[in-house]
Ligand binder design. Structure first.
Ligand SMILES: C[S@@+](CC[C@H](N)C(=O)[O-])C[C@H]1O[C@@H](n2cnc3c(N)ncnc32)[C@H](O)[C@@H]1O
Length: 286
């Protein structure tokens, strides 16, 4: 334990490249490792070992502070650019979505976007009804994949059905010319999303605090479902989307376990082999 802490502290102190903004992945990983060791209070076997632990923990905290400052300056720069309407340009160099082999779990891109959007996690939320899925954000690399493959344009309105704290509509509005709307039943999440949109002056992202099954979806051109609900609730929503598709062509994008159910809808054609582990895009057929 002592040796592991010692070698980690020496390694991250020695590696000055972690202070270079572009070393995002490596810096976030180092910060995670430091936070992890600082979480656990060590059981020292003797007063002398306790003193060594304390010194190493102080050094770990100091190094974490330096790296957190680098991260904060980076995020402040990106936030400022977003407020000036230049967010897509500011984020372009950071947001690579090259590796989708690991479908679940969060990485350095989630850490970056989490800091940039600074969404406040509510203290408490209402209980979910049966068939509603609890809040879990889409990993940022999948949002980027969606943005890249859907080629959203000025005339598109992406609707995130069950949008949680809203980072999909927020990112879509920052990175594309499309409008985006989040529909979420939990008011505290919607309040968080609206605060972020207002602070960052992201005017093309709007949020409705409503049950998605009852909301006005007539403006949407692309409907995104990161499995917000299952069973009859999903069935009901798919029927509503089908009604929309009878009037105009729409697209549906899915991620997660709702994908096979959506893929079996005869009025939708998938653009690629449906895969629950990555975004699948569907287009309605007449
Ligand atoms: C898996 S999370 C997806 C969050 C977000 N779409 C994303 O990808 O980051 C599912 C969300 O759907 C919301 N939800 C569940 N049932 C809903 C309903 N009937 N109407 C609106 N939101 C709902 C939940 O509160 C939760 O925030």
């Amino acid at each position: 334990m002592l040796e592991a802490l010692h070698s980690l502290v020496c390694e991250v102190e020695r590696d000055r490249s972690l202070e270079r903004p572009e070393q995002l992945r490596e810096r976030i990983r180092a910060m995670d490792r430091l936070e992890d060791v600082l979480l656990h209070e060590p059981q020292a076997e003797s007063p002398a070992a306790g003193a060594v632990f304390n010194t190493l923990r102080r050094r770990a905290r100091e190094r974490l502070g330096v790296l957190a400052d680098v991260q904060q300056r980076l995020c402040e720069g990106i936030r400022h650019a977003i407020m000036q309407g230049a967010g897509a340009h500011a984020l372009r160099g950071w947001l690579h979505h090259d590796d989708l082999r690991e479908p679940w779990g969060y990485d350095h891109l989630d850490a970056l976007i989490g800091d940039v959007l600074s969404l406040d996690e509510p203290d408490s939320v209402a209980a979910l009804e049966a068939e509603m899925v609890f809040y879990q954000p889409t990993p940022v690399r999948h949002v980027l994949d969606l943005i890249h493959r859907a080629r959203l344009g000025r005339d598109d309105v992406l609707v995130d059905l069950g949008s949680g704290m809203g980072h999909v509509p927020l990112l879509v509005s920052i990175c594309t010319d499309a409008k985006a709307c989040g529909i979420e039943r939990e008011e505290a999440y919607v309040a968080s999303a609206r605060r972020a949109a207002e602070t960052l002056r992201i005017e093309r992202a709007t949020f409705l605090a409503q049950d998605a099954r009852e909301a006005d979806i007539s403006r949407g051109t692309v409907f995104y479902l990161y499995t917000p609900f299952t069973g009859d609730m999903l069935r009901h929503m798919l029927d509503r989307l089908h009604d929309e598709a009878r009037r105009r062509s729409i697209r549906v994008a899915t991620l997660g376990p709702c994908t096979p159910a959506v893929a079996s809808e005869p009025w939708l054609r998938a653009a690629s082999e449906p895969d629950a582990g990555r975004v699948t895009l569907f287009r309605s057929v007449a």
